[in-house]
Design a protein around this ligand. Structure first.
Ligand code: ADP
Ligand code: MG
Length: 730
């Protein structure tokens, strides 16, 4: 095994960077060339059909048969002119990855070969999809699932060295219409927030007819040379290292963050960016992150459905392009213990058809009252549904970040910054629900509100420890995991805000009916929300133990593991919310809950098997061979009469090795027993909790002994590439 390690090191160190040449010097020359965009549609469709399409996309209405036929024909001609031979419905099942099943344009007509692509093939497919997670919704005898075209996300061409495929973004539902993917619930939530936000906008601006959430996703990731990756079965099978002592130099010197990008990595970044640009993914930023061999990229924000699709596509693309550079991309939240993990910061806001960002402070009291309305309603929504929001980011891998002494805590809180905190405090003091506001109070408030400057982006006023921070003109949900599909968290966020806006509208209207002025009514309701949601606001250090104590006092939840965190997905409140906002039926929410629990159990189960195998079959045999050498050496010393001090230290070494080896074996055996016990538990939640509480703890104690052995055993024979070898890329 050690030979594999050294071969891998030799291979990795001999690599040179790949030459990458962009198709043109200007990105704008080739941006979006692989996308069946509005622009392409305009060029390839008749005016009438094009207008139908645009109207259908903007309003979310169904596309009629005739339009679909013409779009299918234009799409095929366009795709074939670009070299596509196949097409696929591209969807996002609950596995976390994307799925595709390719069909050729090719067909036989009366025995003669032809190229075809009907509107049926565009609009709907029935993939043989019985093995996608469904949480008991589909029985195998009724295993039909349907993918249905989502025209709001444009079709695109996936290029590989072997050929090109036209990909059509779709939703994935069961035969009986229940959702089985990430996209369908997100689209429903977007519909809900559009309606709720437009209604509220009417108080301020009658021209607003559409509100679309916007999203900019910062993606963190690690890179490792493929040769070293392949010499680490734990990385290959679980995405993270289950063993490995920290390197002498980790991130203490903070010399990686924003440092110069290593040349091989740079070539990789340039190439995946080129491919991303062709697919219309507007990447903007690239840099080194805090941990060694950790990096980040971020696009310009887009309409949320597109932003999510683009992020899913990007993760896939990065993996494919990395292979050309002999890199493996690690999207796991915590590939290495002891150094920072990775997140996927979701920058979220609301944009109107009139081009306004509703979370951007304005220049007049009126626009600022609108800003405060959306701002405070978001805070209230997060306050009321903090547990559900926490559940939306829960996964086995994200547990390594949330609450584990590192970026962001499992306690949901919102950071606002000094200035806006003051504005809210002011509002709270000056407006009282009961008594009438004096004209002076009103003017005073208005003047004060007018003082919120348009650009709040003050870099000194940033709090990197908050899971949900306001950053000038958007909220940044920082607790989403790096490997997650953002859809789920964004579906929850948009649903809770939509619901909140609906409640707000009803409350304000009621006061207006009672004879209050509009602004005063708005002020009063906002005042109550500020008071009610105070406990969710936190401006201090989210990583400190003090905050844990304080949060407890405030009655905020701090659930650090996934199985209990997921309860909030199916709590009474959440089920009612999902039903009211028409996102999930109870059955759908419960199915999703079960799928997430199953996913958790399986992930821990796999990790525990891998660590067992590595310990028993790789670490212990190597260690015992080394120990035998030590024993022979001591015997040799005795033979030539050198006992006492010389052999004493060596005997101690031998003893410690024996103790650790024995403990590892005992703990692996006990872990296997715990697994067996957990496996027979019927209930998905109880089983997941057993894996969390009874199986997972063994992994930490086994690792501790193995990592100590790593420090004792001869480096020449140690089988697994070490942290210092795998966390440095060039
Ligand atoms: P940071 O300071 O956190 O690095 P940036 O200002 O660079 O943040 O923006 C991070 C992300 O937020 C980018 O993807 C950016 O496009 C996105 N963003 C900016 N404005 C908005 C908005 N109105 N809605 C959604 N995302 C936005
Ligand atoms: Mg950020």
């Amino acid at each position: 095994m050690a030979t594999i390690r050294f071969k891998a090191l030799e291979t990795a160190s001999a690599r040179t960077s790949r030459t990458v040449k962009p198709p043109s010097e200007k990105i704008s020359d080739y941006f979006g060339t692989h996308v069946f965009s509005r622009n392409t549609m305009q060029k390839t469709l008749s005016k009438e059909i094009y207008n139908h399409m645009v109207a259908a996309i903007d309003s979310g209405h169904q596309i009629d048969r005739k339009t679909a036929e013409q779009v299918a024909a234009a799409m095929r001609t366009w795709a074939m002119s670009k070299g596509c031979t196949h097409y696929t419905h591209w969807f996002q099942p609950l596995t976390g990855t994307t799925a595709e099943k390719h069909d050729a344009f090719f067909d036989l007509s009366d025995g003669s070969p032809i190229e075809t692509f009907s509107s049926n093939a565009l609009v709907q497919q029935e993939p043989d999809a019985s093995s996608f997670p469904n949480g008991g919704i589909r029985n195998t005898f009724e295993a039909r699932g349907y993918t249905a075209w989502d025209p709001s996300s444009p079709a695109f061409i996936m290029e590989s060295t072997a050929g090109k495929t036209l990909c059509i973004p779709t939703i994935f539902v069961s035969y009986t219409g229940e959702t089985l993917d990430y996209k369908a619930p997100l689209l429903k939530a977007l519909h809900a927030i559009d309606k709720a936000a437009v209604d509220v906008c009417q108080y301020f601006d009658k021209n607003v007819t559409k509100v679309q959430p916007t999203l900019g996703i910062e993606q963190e990731y690690f890179l490792i040379d493929t040769a070293l990756y392949q010499a680490r079965p734990d990385l290959m099978m679980t995405g993270r290292t289950l063993l490995g002592h920290a390197a002498a130099k980790g991130q203490q010197l903070e010399d990686h963050y924003f440092g110069s990008i290593p040349s091989r990595v740079y070539a990789f970044m340039v190439e995946f960016e080129i491919e991303a640009f062709k697919l219309g993914i507007p990447l903007k930023t690239r840099h080194n992150e805090v941990a060694p061999s950790q990096f980040e990229c971020a696009p310009i924000f887009e309409e949320i459905n597109l932003a999510v699709d683009h992020n899913q596509l990007l993760m896939d693309l990065m993996d494919k392009i990395a292979a050309r550079h002999h890199f493996k991309v690690l999207l796991h939240e915590k590939p290495y213990a002891g150094i920072n993990g990775s997140g996927k910061h979701n920058n979220w806001s609301l944009g109107t058809n009139t081009g306004k960002n509703l979370l951007s402070p304005g220049s007049t009291p009126k626009s600022n009252l609108q800003f405060l309305t959306f701002f405070i309603n978001t805070i209230k929504a997060v306050h009321d549904h903090a547990d559900l929001l926490r559940a939306s980011i829960a996964s086995a891998s994200n547990d390594h970040r949330l609450g584990a002494n590192e970026a962001p805590p499992a306690i949901m809180s919102i950071f606002l910054g000094q200035q806006l905190s003051n504005v809210l405090d002011d509002l709270e003091k000056k407006v009282r629900t009961k008594d009438k506001m004096t004209p002076e109070q009103k003017t005073d408030l208005k003047l004060n509100i007018a003082k919120i400057p348009e650009i709040l982006l003050d870099n000194t006023d940033r709090n990197r420890t908050s899971p949900f921070a306001f950053t000038g003109n958007k909220f940044e949900f920082r607790a989403v995991g790096s490997s997650a599909n953002s859809s789920h968290a964004m579906m929850v966020l948009n649903t809770i805000v939509a619901n909140q806006l609906t409640i707000f509208k009803a409350e304000v209207d009621k006061l207006i009916e009672k004879g209050q002025g509009k602004d005063e009514a708005i002020f009063k309701v906002l005042h109550d929300y500020i008071v009610d949601s105070k406990k969710i606001r936190f401006e201090g250090n989210g990583y400190g133990d003090e905050w844990k104590r304080e949060a407890k006092k405030r009655g905020l939840s701090n659930v650090t593991t996934t199985p209990p965190a997921l309860d909030a997905l199916v709590s009474k409140t959440s089920l009612a919310l999902f039903e009211k906002m028409q996102i999930f039926t109870h059955r759908e929410a419960e199915a999703r809950h079960e799928i997430l629990l199953e996913d958790y159990t399986k992930k821990i189960q796999i990790e525990s098997r891998v660590i067992g195998d590595l310990s028993l079959n790789h670490i212990i045999p190597t260690t015992l061979r080394y120990q035998t050498m030590l024993i022979e050496n001591v015997e040799g010393l005795h033979d030539i009469g050198l006992k006492g001090i010389y052999s004493k230290t060596q005997i101690e070494l031998i003893k410690e090795i024996s103790e650790r080896v024995t403990r590892i074996k005992t703990n692996v055996d006990a872990m296997v027993e715990a697994r067996k016990k957990a496996n027979v538990i019927e209930n998905a939640r109880t089983r997941a909790i057993a894996y969390c509480d009874k199986v997972k703890p063994f992994m930490d104690i086994i690792r501790d002994d193995v990592d100590h052995l790593e420090l004792m055993v001869d480096d020449e024979v140690w089988p697994l590439p070490k942290y210092r070898e795998i966390t440095n890329v060039r």
